[in-house]
Design a protein around this ligand. Sequence first.
Ligand code: C2O
Ligand code: CU
Ligand code: CU
Length: 485
Amino acid sequence: MPTRRTVLKTGLAAAGSSAFTAAALTPTLLRRSEPATTTAAATTTAKFTTPMPIPPVLTPYSTSGGIDRYRITTQPAQAEILPGIMSDVLTYGGHFPGPVIRARSGRPVKVLHTNNTDMGTSVHLHGASVTPANDGSPMDPIEPGQSRLYTYPNNQPHASLWFHDHVHHMESEHVYRGLSGTYLLTDDIEAALPLPAGQYDIPISLRDADIDDTGRLNYTMLDFPHRTTLLANGRAYPYLQVAARKYRLRLLNNSNLRFFKLRLADGSDMIQIGSDGGLLPAPHPTDTIALSPAERADIVIDFARYPVGTQLVLENTLLNGGPADSLGQVLRFDIVRQETDPSTIPATLRTLPPLPQPTVQRTVVLSLEETGLPDAKGTINGKVYDPDRIDTKIRYGASEVWTVTNPNRFSPHNLHLHLIQFRILERNGQPPTPAESGLKDTVAVQPGETVKLQATFDTYKGTYLYHCHLLDHSAMGMMAQYKVS
Ligand code: C2O
Ligand code: CU
Ligand code: CU
C-alpha cells in the first residue's frame, strides 16, 4: 500500500511541474510560520463594524452560439478580511471569495481559466455533471502562466454549485487561501417560482480562518484549533443591511474542516428551501441549519417579522470546545428599512424523480489516523489515494446503494462524489430529515455514524473522484476514484 509520501511523490512526478517543489510544500506541512509577537485576530477584532461584501456576478465576454463564455484569472491579491487591514490571498479574478457565475440548464458555459500564480492549479465545478476532462483533475494542473478552457454543458437541473481548486495535495491550502467561487445554475422550474430574487438572493460563503492581528492568513494542515476567526463572504464578522422582507440566502460551508450549526439569535425559524442539488421537495421551517464542509443550504429568512432598527445575529452553536466569543457569532443582519415584498414560498418546490431499483451495494469506510500529527494518513476503505488506481468500477447506468461509515472516535468526515447528485436513504437506520431529503453531493458522517445513499451513474463515462471534503483530509489521502464504463 502506498504511503502518503509515495502518493505525494507520484503526484509531483505526474504533475511534472517545478511549481510543486519541496520548498513550496514544506512550510504548510511542517510548521506554523506565525511570529510569536502577533495575536489571533479572533480575540481582538471588533464585530459587526463593516458590511458583508457581496461577490460580483460575472458578465460573459461572449454569448454567441448559445454559449456563455467567461475568462477568469487565478491570481494573488489582497483582501480586507479584518477591518482596515489587508491580507495576502489567492483569488479568482481578484475577488475573495471568488465571483459568481449565473448559468441556465441547457445553455453551456465555457470558462477560460488562466493561472497567474507560481503553482499548479486545477478548477473543479463542485456538484456539476461534466466530462472527466473538464472535472478539474488533481493530476492534470494548469501550469503557472498557462490557460485551460473548461466546458460546462449544464445538462442537469438547477443547483447552487461552487467551483474551487483541486490540484493534487494543494487543494486544501489553495481553497483556504481563497480559490473558491459560486456557480448558480437555474432552470425553468426554479425560475418560475415566486421566490426572492435579484438583490434579495444572496450567496454567502461561510468559513473559518487562522488569521493574526496583522492580517496574516496562516495555513497549517489539520490545525483546526487555531482557525477561530469566522468569515462571511471573506470578511470577519460583517453586518448585512436588509429590508423588512424575505431574503433568499445561499449558504455554503467553505471551511476546510469546520462544521457549522447555524441559528438566529432569537431562535426563530428560517425556511430551508434547498440543499446541494437544488430545491427541496417542500419548504422546511427549522431553527438550525447544519453544514459540513462543501455542503450548501438554500434558506429564506423573512425579516418582515422584525421592526426596523432590529439587529439580529446569525450564531454558530457548534463550538467544538473553541472560544464562544469568536466561534459563536458569524454575521449580523441589520433591518434598516420597510419594503413591499412580492415574493412567496410555494408549498411545493419541486418533484424529485422516483428512485430506480438499485442493483449494487457497496460499503465505504472513511478513516483518519487519529495521531493529531500533520503526517497522519487519511484512507477510504483502508487505502490512501492513488491516482493510478481505480477503486470502484461502475457499470454505466447502474443505480447503487453505498453504505458509508466513519469508525473514527473523534474526527467527523463527509463524503462527496463528483459527477452526480445522490439521494440519502438512511442515517443510522432512520429516514433522512427534510434537510437531507433533496439532491445531495456531499453528506456528513460523524464518528460512529452510518449513512446509506443511492447514486445513479447515467450521465458521463470515465474516471471521477470521491473523497472526504474536509479538504485537509482529502489532501492527506482520503480520496478514491470510481470509473463508469
Ligand atoms: Cu468540492 Cu472533489 O470537490
Ligand atoms: Cu466535486
Ligand atoms: Cu474526513
